[in-house]
Design a protein around this ligand. Structure first.
Ligand SMILES: [Zn+2]
Length: 594
C-alpha cells in the first residue's frame, strides 16, 4: 500500500560551502530514504532549502562588505549545482527569503499569539557600546556554564550542545571586536515552552517513540524533563522576517523560530508550483503520512522539541476542517558527526573535504558509497582517505562493478549482444535468484528504518554471493563444451545483476541508471532533477531545485529480465583509484607521513 512520506532535511545556512560531513549528516540519508520510497511506489515529498537569514549570513556579509542577499544567493546557487551533481533529488530545495516563507512564518507567529502561546516581555540583552547596537547571540562568545568549553557561542555550546542564552556565558566577549558587551533592556516576544510542554509536548515524547534512535529520544526527554524555559523568538535585527505586529516592524523573527517552519512553507510552495495548491495537505494533515527529519545531532533540540512545540501550538493552519491537526514528526533520525582524519571538521579552519572539490576528482557514486558506509548513524565516524580508496577498490569496484562488467561483457561478446535464453535452471541457479529476491523486503525495511549502513552492507553481501556463483559455474569454461549451459549461467547472473541494480539504486543512482541502460531497458529508474526560477507577487524571483518523477519507471522488486533483450555496449561502472590518491589528498590537508 502506498504511503505518504515527507522527507525533511535540515536547512543549511547559505553562508558557507557544504562539506562531506554535512552531506553524510543529512542530505544523503534523506536522499537514500526518498529514492527507496519512490521505487517502492510511495508518494514522496522531499524538501529543504537555504537558510538565508540569521547571523551566520550577516557575519559573512559584514566581513566581505557585501549585502546579506548577495551572500546567501551566492551560496544558495552553489548548493543547487552541488545537489544536481551529487544526485540529491529534492522535490523542492528553496530558501527562506521567499514571499511565501515570510507569509507562512508570520501566520505561524500570529496563530501562536492568538492561541496564547506567545507573550512579550522586557528582556536583558547583550549590547555593544562600541558599535551602538544589540548583539545577536552568535556575535557573543564565552565560556559554557555547563561544561566549561571556552569558545561557546551565545546560542549554543558546540561542545555539549546545550542551548544557551548569551547572558549565561562566563566572561562574554563580542565576536566582532572582542570587547565586553553590556546588558541593556529591550522588549521581545517569547514562545511559552512550559505551557506547550503541559499542553501535550511532554506527553507526546513519552509514547510511540520506540523506532527513534536512543540518543535522540533520550536527549529530547531529558531536555523537557529538566523543565523547559520560554525562549525569545524575536530579535533586534534588520535582516530577517519582520515581526507581524504593529509597532514591531523594525524587529524580526528569530531564525531558529522561522527556519524550521520552512518544512511546512516549502511543502506549500511545492504544491503551488505543481498547480495543485492543496496537495501539501496529503503530508501535513493525513494522519497516516510519515514525516521524517534528517538532521545532525546539533539540531536535535530544534527538531525533536521546539518544532513539535510550534506545530502543536499552531495545531491547524490553512485548513477548514476543525478535526484536522498538523502532523508531528514521525521520526527524527539525527546523525552524529563525521570527523576528518581524526579531527573535527571545521569550515572556518578549512579542515574539511569540500563536496564540490571532491566531485571534481571522484565520481558521485564513489563518494556516495563511502559517505554511506562511513555514515555517523550511531557514533561519530572519520573520513579517512586511505579508507576511501580501499573501500572504493575492494568493495565498489572489486565486488559490485566487476561482477556487472564481467557478466555483461561476456554476454555482449559471446551471446551476440543479447540476454541469452536460459535452459532449465538447476538448484544453484534458483538458489541465487531466490536469495536476491528475498533481499528486497528486509533491505527495504532497513532503509525505511534509516539503517542505511546495514542496508548497504546487506546489498553488498548479495553482490558477493553473485560473484561466488559466477566463480563456481565458470561460464567462460562452460561455453567451450555447452553453450546452452553457459547461456543459463549468464542469464541467471544478469538477472541477479538486474535486481542488484535496484537494490543499489537508492545509494548509487548514477551507476544503477547506466546499468539499466546497458541491460537494454528504455526509460529511467528515477525522475530528473532540474533548477527552475520562480516569480512571486511583487516580482520577487528565486531559484530552486526541483524533481520531476513523472517518467520514472523503477520499481522496488526483483528482476523480470526478458530473455533475448538487446544489450547496449557495457562500460566499467566504477573506476579503480590509484594508491597515490591517498598521499595527494593527505598532502592537500597538509598531512605528510614522511
Ligand atoms: Zn558546553
Amino acid at each position: 500500500m502506498s504511503e505518504h512520506i515527507l522527507v525533511s532535511i535540515a536547512w543549511p545556512y547559505a553562508s558557507a560551502k557544504i562539506h562531506v560531513g554535512n552531506v553524510t549528516g543529512s542530505h544523503l540519508p534523506g536522499d537514500i530514504n526518498a529514492r527507496y520510497h519512490r521505487l517502492a511506489g510511495d508518494r514522496v515529498l522531499m524538501v529543504s532549502g537555504s537558510d538565508s537569514h540569521g547571523t551566520p549570513i550577516t557575519v559573512v556579509a559584514d566581513r566581505e562588505g557585501k549585502s546579506p542577499r548577495d551572500v546567501f544567493e551566492h551560496f544558495h546557487h552553489g548548493f543547487l549545482e552541488l545537489f544536481l551533481r551529487l544526485g540529491i533529488s529534492y522535490d523542492l530545495f528553496t530558501h527562506t527569503d521567499t514571499v511565501n516563507h515570510h507569509h507562512v512564518s508570520q501566520d505561524f507567529f500570529r496563530t501562536l499569539m492568538e492561541k496564547g502561546y506567545l507573550y512579550s516581555q522586557v528582556q536583558e540583552q547583550m549590547y555593544s557600546e562600541a558599535e551602538g547596537r544589540f548583539l545577536p547571540d552568535r556575535y557573543v562568545e564565552g565560556t559554557c556554564p555547563k561544561c566549561g568549553y571556552e569558545d561557546a557561542r551565545g546560542d549554543q555550546c558546540d561542545n555539549c550542545n546545550t542551548l544557551l542564552d548569551p547572558k549565561d556565558l562566563i566572561n562574554p566577549r563580542s565576536k566582532v571586536d572582542g570587547s565586553t558587551p553590556v546588558i541593556r533592556e529591550t522588549e521581545h516576544f517569547f514562545l511559552d515552552l512550559p505551557k506547550l510542554a503541559r499542553a501535550g509536548l511532554a506527553e507526546w515524547l513519552q509514547h510511540g517513540k520506540e523506532h527513534w534512535r536512543p540518543n535522540v529520544i533520550n536527549f529530547a526527554r531529558n531536555y523537557v524533563g529538566k523543565g523547559l524555559q520560554s525562549r525569545p523568538i524575536t530579535r533586534d535585527l534588520a535582516w530577517g522576517i519582520p515581526v507581524p505586529v504593529p509597532g514591531w516592524e523594525t524587529k524580526c523573527l528569530y531564525v531558529w523560530f522561522e527556519a524550521v517552519i520552512g518544512y511546512f512553507s516549502a511543502s506549500v510552495e511545492w504544491a503551488h508550483n505543481q498547480g495543485e495548491p492543496e496537495s501539501w495537505k496529503d503530508w501535513w494533515y493525513n494522519p497516516a503520512a510519515k514525516t521524517q527529519y534528517f538532521i545532525g545531532k546539533d539540531n536535535i533540540p530544534f527538531h525533536a522539541v521546539i518544532w513539535p512545540a510550534e506545530l502543536m501550538g499552531v495545531r491547524q493552519l490553512y485548513e477548514d476542517d476543525p478535526s484536522k491537526e498538523l502532523n508531528l514528526p514521525y521520526d527524527v533520525p539525527a546523525n552524529e558527526f563525521m570527523n576528518l582524519e581524526g579531527a573535527g571538521m571545521s569550515g572556518s579552519r578549512n579542515w574539511a573535504v569540500w563536496m564540490d572539490q571532491a566531485l571534481d576528482r571522484y565520481s558521485p557514486d564513489a563518494l556516495r558509497y563511502y559517505l554511506t558506509v562511513a555514515m555517523p548513524e550511531t557514533r561519530d565516524t572519520d573520513w579517512l582517505w586511505n579508507d576511501f580508496v580501499r573501500r572504493n577498490n575492494d568493495e565498489l569496484v572489486a565486488a559490485w562493478g566487476n561482477l556487472a562488467n564481467r557478466a555483461l561483457t561476456f554476454a555482449y561478446k559471446r551471446f551476440d549482444r543479447h540476454v541469452p535464453t536460459p535452459g532449465p535452471l538447476e538448484d544453484i541457479d534458483r538458489r541465487l535468484l531466490a536469495r536476491i529476491e528475498d533481499g528486497f523486503e528486509p533491505i527495504g525495511q532497513l532503509i525505511a528504518g534509516c539503517k542505511f549502513r546495514t542496508a548497504l552492507h546487506e546489498t553488498m553481501a548479495l553482490a558477493r554471493e553473485a560473484n561466488r556463483y559466477l566463480e563456481e559455474k565458470g561460464p567462460w569454461f562452460q561455453i567451450k563444451e555447452n553453450v546452452e549451459a553457459a547461456g543459463t549461467t549468464i542469464y541467471v547472473a544478469l538477472k541477479a545483476i538486474d535486481s542488484l541494480k535496484v537494490l543499489f539504486a537508492p545509494f548509487l543512482p548514477f551507476s544503477s541508471e547506466r546499468l539499466h541502460q546497458v541491460l537494454g531497458y528504455e526509460g529511467a529508474l528515477f525522475g530528473e532533477s532540474y533548477t527552475a526560477t520562480f516569480e512571486e507577487e511583487g516580482g520577487r524571483i528565486h531559484e530552486a531545485l526541483c524533481y520531476d518523477g513523472s517518467k520514472a519507471t523503477g520499481e522496488w522488486k526483483a528482476s523480470e529480465l526478458p530473455p533475448g533483450q538487446a544489450l547496449r555496449q557495457p562500460h566499467p561502472l566504477f573506476e579503480k583509484l590509484d594508491e597515490n590518491v591517498i598521499e595527494e589528498e593527505r598532502a592537500r590537508l597538509g598531512l605528510t607521513d614522511v
